[in-house]
Design a protein around this ligand. Structure first.
Ligand SMILES: O=P(O)(O)O[C@H]1O[C@H](CO)[C@@H](O)[C@H]1O
Ligand SMILES: O=c1cc[nH]c(=O)[nH]1
Length: 245
């Protein structure tokens, strides 16, 4: 099912079984991987190919990895598929986002419970009536971790799109009336923020029966958001350990 390169590694992420833990933190930006990896014990770079940079370290003695997804659904779906193929089963995306609602403080973070599938990748997996939802375990772990870290978190639906400039500069698009109409609909519907990867992450994860969640940041301190995500992974590790024993 999965494509391998000449070294027997996953074709795009260049990883093999044993290179990553079951818990993987997923930033979009490859430049954010090392910054997140510094929160792990003994992090080391295990792969770097295209937009996919991977570090593996540990938390509480359990292997945890960080892999960048690149921008958008296509590269995210590939990362998630290939990470699952080498043993990952729990994902936490850490990303930046534009705020749809205007009542947030710029320091607040967003925890996604689901995503509007306003992108093309997941339509190639399953009809649009299938929801893009985060896994309850990960949402709950993120929510509790934010509280412990003293970070205000808004929990709810986000939007995943393909065209960054459709959000950033709709006036430059022939499709401007539709973009504005839709943005207004998301706002009235309570959508919290707009980004580009969570729908692909949630749909692929649901279909493959693994767990995924997502925490987003606007202009706030990224290290604070990373700390929340790392705390949430610690919680998941502890809860999984308890369940296994
Ligand atoms: O900060 P990351 O994780 O890359 O996420 C957001 O930033 C990029 C756009 O600038 C898109 O990938 C969007 O989803
Ligand atoms: O406004 C923004 C900021 C980050 N990412 C987005 O998709 N939109």
């Amino acid at each position: 099912m999965y494509a391998l390169n000449d070294n027997g590694q996953q074709y795009h992420v260049e990883l093999s079984k044993g290179d990553v833990g079951r818990y993987v933190i997923l930033p979009g930006d490859p430049g954010r991987v090392e910054r997140i990896a510094k929160f792990l014990d003994n992090p080391r770079r295990v792969a770097c190919h295209r937009e996919y940079v991977t570090y593996t370290g540990s938390l509480d003695g359990v292997p945890v990895s960080v892999t960048s997804t690149g921008i958008g659904g296509p590269s995210t779906a590939i990362a998630v598929e290939e990470l699952i193929a080498v043993g990952a089963d729990t994902f936490v995306r850490i990303g930046t986002a534009g705020m749809v609602q205007d009542y947030f403080d710029l320091n607040d973070c967003i925890i996604a419970t689901g995503s509007v599938r306003d992108e093309g990748t997941t339509r190639q997996y399953i009809p649009l009536s299938y929801p893009a939802v985060a896994h309850y375990d990960v949402v709950d772990a993120l929510r509790r971790a934010a509280k412990r870290c003293g970070k205000t978190a808004h929990v709810g639906i986000v939007q995943s799109k393909d065209a960054f400039y459709g959000e950033a500069e709709p006036e430059s698009m022939p499709n401007e009336p539709v973009l504005r109409y839709q943005w207004d609909a998301w706002k009235r519907g309570g959508v919290l923020a707009s980004e580009m990867e969570s729908a692909a992450l949630f749909v692929v994860s649901s279909i493959r029966r693994v767990r995924a969640g997502c925490i987003l940041n606007n202009r706030g301190d990224m290290d604070e958001t990373i700390r929340v995500a790392v705390e949430a992974v610690r919680d998941l590790i502890a809860a999984d350990r308890k369940e296994e024993n």
